[in-house]
Design a protein around this ligand. Structure first.
Ligand SMILES: Cc1cc2nc3c(=O)[nH]c(=O)nc-3n(C[C@H](O)[C@H](O)[C@H](O)COP(=O)(O)OP(=O)(O)OC[C@H]3O[C@@H](n4cnc5c(N)ncnc54)[C@H](O)[C@@H]3O)c2cc1C
Length: 398
């Protein structure tokens, strides 16, 4: 058994955990990060995360500050326009159609879209050369003992890590969160999201389109062209049984169904990736901290995939922890440090969870009065300029 002493131990090497490791290493701290599943090499590999994430401006700023943006920027597709279409019927027909421009807020883009599997791979490769990061890919968190001054973590390999702070970034079923006995409040909607990539004849022109219909949103997010074809990532939310029925279709039938659901905004869609199915939940950990422990990202909060809030909220957790590390008022991992983190994050997480929960309920409803309200709400949010700017500013995480 080996034992390593470090400043910070991170359980979980998803995008949030890897970004946190880079942020702390950038501040000169020593970090061990463990994850039992190394990043897959291709988008077709088993376990590859086919979702894509729109990194909003504050997330990009964080990646720039800690020296990660350069590594991923060549794969990033700017998202300059958001088009929202409220639909009705089967096949769906648009009834309200509005476009939001990032230039309205003086920004060239709302965000930059990156495929998750590629981001994770590039971040892990970049960190493998960082002097004060010890990446243990293939080793998981097993258990932990905490004391007033330290956390002693045992990995699945039997090795131990002694750290001033242990961070749970190990996903929605976080083993570290369970180990310290922090429960979760989970809201289920009976919905599932299908995530996949399509090629299409109509260029996306850096527009992301959200099409609302009972069952949930269908969102197209611009990707760079691939092998001469225009491409977009799709997140298609549906009632659970419908999602499973659709996922059982072969690629040709599935592509036809996706084209119909997209109201043809990008022409005939052709699925060019495998498909992932994700259950839709809103989940909040009952506490963000415990002795020598902080929870971040999906270990702390899971949001339905609407408005690119999930990972962006996670990266705000990382930014706040990094700020506290730099502050002379706090010593890493102490009670004061942890309560400052919880105080800084609790309200923002709770507010975003409530907002996305409500938004999802309104968007998926098949009740005619709620559908009328949805269309009227979209018109009001778009057509009343100060309201439009306020909502756009909040959505961009500013
Ligand atoms: C369909 C869909 C689309 C989305 N689109 C967006 C978007 O556009 N914008 C956005 O901001 N967010 C989006 N989100 C949310 C975003 O994808 C997630 O917030 C993000 O991927 C979760 O990152 P994470 O690092 O917290 O968790 P994960 O990516 O789940 O990483 C957790 C890691 O912990 C590891 N782990 C598990 N067990 C252990 C253990 N015992 N020890 C150590 N490690 C362990 C796992 O192997 C994994 O690598 C979307 C979500 C969904 C469902």
């Amino acid at each position: 058994m080996n034992r390593t002493d470090v400043d910070i131990f991170i359980s979980g090497g998803g995008i949030a955990g890897l970004t946190a490791a880079a942020a702390f290493a950038h501040q000169g701290l020593s970090v061990v990060l463990a994850d039992p599943t190394p990043p897959p090499d291709t988008n077709g590999a088993e376990g590859s995360d086919l979702r894509s994430t729109a990194f909003l401006e504050p997330a990009r700023e964080l990646l720039k500050t800690i020296g990660l943006w350069e590594a991923v920027s060549e794969f990033a597709e700017p998202l300059n326009t958001l088009r929202v279409i409220d639909c009705q019927g089967d096949p769906p027909i648009p009834r309200t159609d509005r476009t939001f421009q990032s230039t309205d807020l003086g920004s060239p883009s709302f965000g930059w879209n990156l495929p998750n599997w590629l981001t994770r791979k590039v971040l892990a490769e970049t960190l493998s050369n960082a002097p004060n990061v010890d990446l243990r890919l293939g080793a998981g968190f097993a258990h932990m003992v905490t004391r007033e001054r330290e956390a002693i973590v045992t990995l699945t390999t039997g090795d131990q890590v002694r750290a001033r702070l242990a961070i749970g970034a190990d996903g929605r079923n976080s083993p570290l969160r369970e180990a310290v006995g922090i429960g979760c409040k989970t809201k289920r909607y009976g919905q599932k999201a299908l995530a996949f990539v399509v090629a299409h004849p109509v260029p996306h022109e850096n527009v992301s389109t959200e099409l609302y219909l009972s069952g949930g949103a269908f969102t197209t997010v611009p990707l760079p062209d691939f092998q001469g074809q225009h491409c977009s990532a799709i997140v298609w939310m549906n009632d659970g049984p419908d999602a499973l029925r659709l996922n059982a279709l072969d690629d040709t039938q599935f592509s036809k169904a996706a084209t119909s659901r997209s109201c043809g905004v990008l022409g005939d869609l052709q699925v060019i990736s495998p498909r992932n199915v994700w259950p839709i939940v809103t989940q909040e950990a009952e506490r963000l901290t415990s002795e020598r422990v902080a929870l971040i990202a999906e270990a702390a909060h899971v949001l339905p995939p609407i408005g690119a809030q999930g990972l962006n909220t996670s990266l705000r957790d990382v930014a706040i922890l990094a700020e506290l590390v730099l502050s002379e008022k706090f010593v890493i991992g102490t009670t004061d440090f942890l309560s400052a983190y919880a105080t800084a994050r609790r309200q923002d997480i709770h507010m975003r969870a409530r907002f996305v929960d409500l938004y999802n309920r309104i968007c998926r409803s098949d009740l005619p009065p709620v559908q009328d309200l949805r269309s009227a709400g979209l018109r009001a949010v778009h057509d009343i300029a100060p309201l439009r700017r306020r909502i756009m500013t909040a959505g961009m995480g500013r």
